[in-house]
Design a binder for this molecule. Sequence first.
Ligand code: HEC
Length: 472
Amino acid sequence: MFLRIFKTTWAWLDARLGISALVVPMITHRVPPDARWWYVFGSATLAAFLLQVVTGVMLSFSYVPSSGDAYAALQYLSHDAPFGRLLRGLHYFGASAMVLMVGIHALQVFLFGAYKFPRELNWITGVLLLGLTLGMGFTGQILRWDQTAVWSVVVGAEQAGRAPLAGEWIARLILGGGNIGGMTLSRFFVLHVFVLPALIMGLVGAHLRLVLRNGISEPPKPGAPVDPTTYRQDYAALLEKTGRPFWPDAAWRDVVFAAGMIVVVVLCAFLLGPPELGKPPDPSLIHADPRPDWYLLWYFAVLALLPPATENVFIVFAPLAAGVALLVIPLLFPRGERHFSRRPWAVAAVLTLLVMFGALWRAGLDSDWSPDFTAQPIPQKVVASTDPLVQHGAQLFFSKACIHCHAIEGNGGRRGPNLTDVSDRLTQEQITIRILNGATNMPAFGDILKPDEMKALSVFLESRREPGRKSN
Ligand code: HEC
């Protein structure tokens, strides 16, 4: 009875909407026979994205995109709202999964040479999707609106502000005005929930349409180069001879893998929970260690480790150049061998990239360049002298926050040079000048220190020398 009603309704709808005419060829189209587990990462990315849409919409029911209320809303969501913690966890680990999957998918496509003719546009839309995915990660982290988030924006805007020509304009665009505030959060909210997702959905549509139109690439064989004049015929012949229907012969792997991925995301969300919120934002405090989530940590390291002089150019042009380089790969190499054993340079490029990301990521985890706000006062036995001026200087070294950036015998941060034996390098006068005027990445203390404090600090630092060496 019910089945009959269902069947009639479906037939009525289908006759008018043409759903099966659209979908049946999509799921039954023939694919190369040996497209195995390597091919699951694209669909897994899509699955992660859908999870993000669902959890994101649910989160936005409780989120308040206002700089005064966002933090409290997230606190409520994380600690009191039913399932709020789980939901945040799902969205966080879902984002991680999506970045991971899209990254592996891009690597696999590159290594398999699947971007070559006729799939150049598949690659190009894919690169745009990769960039948008990272953009979603960045804008999403800002929405937490805690100390770290706010400082990431400030750092980002400051960096962008130093770009040649358009710098100030870009900075104003990021902040939504001259200063960080309510407008800033609104801006990132709109980007994160409307603009970027809309672009992603449009591009995913185009990407999938291209996958259907050009077919899934057959696994590469050494000695079978792509020749645009014959490729389509050969591909059609291959499908004719050995192709199998996408569903269920190939698609079951996509389903199994995506389901496994979602189970892992749910487990992580349930067991580990979302990242704790930092302290509420307070722009007057510099006690923040802005550190993005793991998948952006490498870029944070790039910015922090670059010599200051190269930075301006790097911030704007390097990402641009990297993006353009990725986009033009298929236009430069549309033909030729696909198997990695015949493409040593491609393999070398991937290995270099992986090592580079790994190293930057490690550096990002350590982040020596961030001031160490947990540093304790210098222990008595490290202060070499009982001279009251030296003692006073050692206290000021802690209380005036020098210790956050400078270490003395292992006590203190590593943002600035180690000052354990600073007077071996600098005279007292040079030390004083440096403290008064500051330097790149060191604030000037001229207006902050009273003359006697200045004196005590420089005497203390002057006392820092290799043991045994006489004062000069
Ligand atoms: C925000 C981090 C930071 C703080 C806080 C800071 N410094 Fe520095 N300091 C640096 C950096 C970075 C340099 C290296 C600058 C350069 O590029 O020449 C430096 C350089 C110096 C130098 C020269 C060292 C050398 O070997 O060339 C002295 C001396 C110094 N700082 C003393 C101090 C004192 C004293 C204080 C506290 C009143 C202080 N600094 C606070 C970051 C900091």
